[in-house]
Design a protein around this ligand. Structure first.
Ligand SMILES: C[S@@+](CC[C@H](N)C(=O)[O-])C[C@H]1O[C@@H](n2cnc3c(N)ncnc32)[C@H](O)[C@@H]1O
Length: 276
């Protein structure tokens, strides 16, 4: 194995170990227990990104507790979720059972998927690119398993706190104070662990991920018609659904990028996003 690959594998193991640790807490916080208004807001965006089509084969990469996979299933799609963290996969299976979902959840690496070429109509992920050790390699893999004309749908956010300025910074500080009042001893222990994750994050290539960077990654692979889908309504619905502290700390810097795999590599070189 080359030195770079060994370093990458070590970093990936460290990242996954952190997600294993956070899986139970993440599932409680981000799980599938949404108000019906918020679920509707999410489903609207997913429908829009797939032109309201049904019976699609969808792959949710870095699925965590299976949130996006199960929403797609509610829209009439056939879904598989993959995650490298064993604990996240356990959580997704548990959530799935609770919600009588028939999505499958498989432990697998986003950068080496156990699927044949051109086997999905949609590949999607939410809040995953920033945590990958080789996002470009992962994206090549996602395009490989997409059928020609299939959609790549990515939700991300710019999570770098230092970028928050002015009124947003003040809002966040007040929200953090409110949230901390409700935190338990266990949370304090977890904050020590978070310190370790913060160190690991510094080594990740896309720890600061912007719309522009995601668009560039897509343009580097066989993806055309790349566009940002406006998710203003979804962000407002997310904020409305949260308790005060989390309303204030909610990161509004989130975005959704959608693109399509070319019917042939030649076509992608002629037009679509590659020409822009
Ligand atoms: C912030 S969580 C997002 C979970 C889920 N997509 C959601 O929106 O709730 C990031 C997820 O990416 C997963 N992940 C990180 N690196 C991965 C990799 N190389 N392959 C597969 N999953 C990975 C983590 O285990 C974690 O579940």
């Amino acid at each position: 194995m080359l030195r770079n690959e060994t370093a990458n594998a070590t970093l990936k193991n460290m990242v996954v170990e952190q997600w294993d640790h956070y899986a139970p807490k993440y599932t409680t916080r981000v799980g599938y227990h949404l108000s019906s208004d918020l679920k509707e807001a999410w489903k609207k965006e997913l429908s829009r990104a797939t032109d309201n089509r049904h019976n699609l084969k969808v792959l949710d990469v870095g699925t965590g507790p299976g949130f996006i996979a199960m929403l797609f299933e509610e829209l009439g799609q056939d879904c598989i979720g993959v995650d490298f963290s064993e604990e996240m996969i356990k959580a997704a299976r548990k959530e799935s059972k609770k919600n009588h979902s028939s999505c499958s959840f498989i432990q697998a690496d986003a950068e080496a998927l156990p699927f044949d070429d051109e086997s999905f109509d949609v590949v999607t992920n939410r809040h995953v690119i920033w945590t990958l050790t080789d996002p470009q390699k992962a994206m090549i893999e996602w395009v490989r398993v997409l059928k020609p004309g299939g959609r790549l749908i990515i939700f991300e956010g710019d999570w770098v706190e230092g970028q928050i300025k002015g009124i947003d910074r003040i809002r966040k500080q007040i929200g953090t104070k409110i949230n901390n009042r409700h935190k338990s001893k266990q949370d304090s222990k977890d904050r020590t662990k978070t310190g370790k994750f913060d160190e690991i994050k510094q080594k990740l290539p896309l720890r600061r991920v912007t719309k522009e960077k995601v668009v560039r990654l897509m343009k580097n692979v066989d993806i055309r018609s790349v566009h940002n889908q406006d998710i203003g309504n979804l962000i407002r619905a997310e904020i409305k659904a949260r308790p005060l502290g989390y309303k204030l700390t909610y990161n509004r810097n989130r975005f959704m990028v959608v693109g399509e795999k070319s019917d042939s590599p030649k076509e992608s070189r002629k037009g679509g996003c590659h020409g822009k």
